[in-house]
Design a protein around this ligand. Structure first.
Ligand code: NAI
Length: 328
């Protein structure tokens, strides 16, 4: 029998985790033959609710769920973890300035980065879903000097999947026939879903659709504002799809991406495509043997360049703010 993999999840009593934990426990993250331990972190007032979630995990009698640890102390909950899914974050309150949001989240992701640094397993991979995801990952990464920077990612896979879905309904092609979608930049309204390298049924997506107005005025804003559309319809923010994308990202980071395709991952930049080194920005990535690489050599046209630069400029501003606040 295999040794259980220890998976830490924060914000474990929240909406996303109400889907995410059950998907992990059923084997969707690590495979149907890999036992798993869940290490669940919450803030103190939510521990009672978390108890209820754990009762439900028990009641599902998942064959692969070996053990569940819960608590409000990251130094204990992160002990020995191989995977950390940082979902819990401070939401933006009414009238809150972006600087306040970054400071509050710095108060979460700084200490969590340090706790991972001090207690996680040597092979830990960290994925930040909690918003502002890219900059939260940047903060955690900068507070974990002993963990390689490359182990800190942020989630743009939901945006990637949303783009696949929009292209699928526009062209009547199943998402399985759509390859090489790219989200660039920040997981925010400035993100840039790029279809100039995308293939739909083997044909170039931009050529096939051949409609720059649709691209600029419909596709890009629909993908970028999909979160708001879901809040409008459901009365709550996207949760099950965010959980699914979180699984997709980490599963692919561990198990690899399919031949002939790539995925969007927000990773610390190595300077590729003019993105300043160190910013956690979304790129097209392939994964082999558990290591990701940014896809190199893509030609970036003027339409794309402007949009990538705008989103990256926003990331640089966020970095400058958290630097001034002494969070990194
Ligand atoms: P939620 O509010 O239902 O749950 C968040 C949970 O995090 C709460 O139970 C809260 O007690 C907990 N939490 C807060 N601070 C914590 C801390 N320091 N340590 C541990 N737990 C803590 O929110 P939901 O819907 O589950 O969303 C979670 C985050 O994911 C939000 O920041 C949301 O904006 C973000 N999100 C990101 C997406 C992406 O594509 N990157 C997509 C959708 C949501």
């Amino acid at each position: 029998t295999k040794t259980p993999v220890k998976v830490a999840v924060t914000g474990a009593a929240g909406q996303i985790c109400y889907s995410l934990l059950f998907r992990i426990a059923s084997g969707d993250l690590l495979g149907k033959d890999q036992p798993v331990d869940l290490h669940l972190l919450e803030i103190t007032p939510a521990l009672k609710a978390l108890e209820g979630v754990v009762m439900e995990l028990d009641d599902a009698a998942f064959p692969l769920l070996n053990n569940v640890v819960t608590g409000d102390d990251a130094n204990k909950v992160f002990d020995g973890v191989n995977v950390a899914l940082l979902v819990g974050a401070k939401p933006r309150g009414k009238g809150m300035e972006r600087g306040d949001l970054l400071r509050d989240n710095g108060g979460i992701f700084g200490p969590q980065g340090k706790a991972l640094n001090d207690h996680a397993a040597d092979d830990v991979r960290v994925l930040v879903t909690g918003n502002p995801a890219n900059t939260n990952a940047l903060i955690a990464m900068n507070n974990a000097p002993d963990i390689p920077n490359s182990r800190f990612n942020a989630l743009t896979r939901l945006d990637h999947n949303r783009a696949l879905s929009q292209l699928s309904s526009k062209t009547g092609t199943p998402t399985t026939e759509i390859k090489k979608m790219t989200i660039w930049g920040n997981h925010s309204a400035t993100q840039y879903p790029d279809i100039f390298h995308t293939e739909i049924g083997g044909k170039n997506a931009a050529d096939l659709i051949d409609d720059e107005a649709w691209l600029a005025d419909t596709f890009i804003p629909t993908v970028a504002k999909r979160g708001a559309a879901i809040i409008e319809a459901r009365g709550l923010s996207s949760a099950a799809s965010a959980a699914s994308a979180t699984i997709d990202h980490m599963r692919d980071w561990i198990a690899g991406t399919p031949e002939g395709d790539w995925v969007s991952m927000a990773v610390p930049s190595d300077g590729s495509y003019g993105v300043p080194e160190g910013l956690v920005s979304s790129f097209p990535c392939v994964v082999k043997n558990g290591e990701y690489e940014i896809v190199q050599g893509l030609e970036i046209n003027e339409f794309s360049r402007q949009r990538i630069d705008a989103s990256v400029a926003e990331l640089a501003e966020e970095r400058d703010t958290v630097q001034k606040l002494g969070l990194i």
